[in-house]
Design a protein around this ligand. Sequence first.
Ligand code: FMN
Length: 229
Amino acid sequence: MDNQNKRKPEVSTPGKISWKPGNMLYPLPVVMVSCGREGETPNIITVAWAGTVCSDPAVVSISVRKERFSHKIIKDTGEFVINLVNKPLVRATDYCGVKSGRDVDKFKEMKLTPLPSQHVKAPGIGESPVNLECRVVDVKELGSHDMFIAKVMGVTVDERYMNDKGKFNLNASGLVTYSHGEYFELGKRLGSFGYSVKRPAKKRGPGNRGAKTSGASSGAGKKSRRTKG
Ligand SMILES: Cc1cc2nc3c(=O)[nH]c(=O)nc-3n(C[C@H](O)[C@H](O)[C@H](O)COP(=O)(O)O)c2cc1C
């Protein structure tokens, strides 16, 4: 045995508490994943272990425990729809996360509307502001969960959140996030992408007519946009 192995565990930094490894990556998106076999009642599973993993092609992941009713459906069909959750959907989201499709028809119980998909057979949820139709490209068996890596085949958005300039105002839809066992509605806007490197806009004065805002002309701002995600 060398000296290193005789050493006591490191004393943690004063004011900090060290825990054993665990999942403490919060906040997370919480999504309703709809799935189904042709001719059968579609199902919904609530998933917080979800993520974006590639921009081009658009690829996402969801991690699902093998014992979930939805797991076999997704494994067999290779398809699912990710439905974003906003405030009006939060109760249904919780319900779909504690009840199993083995026992209940979650669409019916939560009065949700199956939305026909364009690229996959599984329906989306009509009440959701955004539906991502996904086709599984890989399954990683990681342990407790299997990670389904899937290509986004198509996106549907609710036109209710389009403004008159044709911009999709997703952040006005009351999106919900999940953090350490609790649901929250997205709150106050603190900034926008790249704002930390934008020069403050020059005040327009008599001698400064037509001065552009630095946001529109700053190279840094443009670079930030290019490197986004
Ligand atoms: C907020 C929340 C997040 C959840 N996240 C996951 C998840 O990421 N993966 C998973 O397998 N189960 C997750 N669950 C549990 C399933 O949604 C739950 O077991 C559900 O009843 C399974 O439905 P099914 O049996 O119809 O497939 C979550 C539940 C809640 C309430």
